[in-house]
Design a protein around this ligand. Structure first.
Ligand code: FES
Length: 116
């Protein structure tokens, strides 16, 4: 059992987002999906078409992939496959429950790249 002084109360975590050689640091409320946190911070994980045509975070379209630099166990079937075979992880299936580092895909090809 933890003593009172051992308890760490946190309601937000630090998410560092690497993209095109720069880093952005976010403070994200615990329990937020990574996808939602990225969209709220204008750090979209999507390409130019999938920005509008995606499954809304249901784990179906596979267009919200990011690279995780922090080891996070997958609990969604598609995300487990992504983890197993080294594909980008589904940001909609990652819950922010710790500090983490991620990288947006600069070379996203599925459903349109990032460049206009
Ligand atoms: S938003 Fe469709 S799989 Fe993540």
């Amino acid at each position: 059992m933890l003593r009172r002084d051992q308890l760490v109360m946190t309601d937000s975590y630090r998410v560092v987002v690497a993209h095109e050689g720069a880093e952005t640091e976010l403070s994200v409320a615990a329990g937020t999906t990574l996808r939602d946190a990225l969209l709220a911070a204008d750090c979209s994980p999507y390409g130019r078409v999938s920005e509008y045509a995606n499954c809304g975070g249901r784990g179906l379209c596979a267009t919200c992939g990011v690279r995780l630099a922090t080891d996070i166990d997958p609990d969604h079937w598609h995300d487990r496959l992504a983890d197993r075979f080294g594909y980008p992880r589904l940001s909609c299936q990652v819950t922010v429950d710790r500090d983490m580092r991620i990288k947006l895909l600069d070379d996203k090809l599925v459903w349109g790249g990032r460049d206009p």
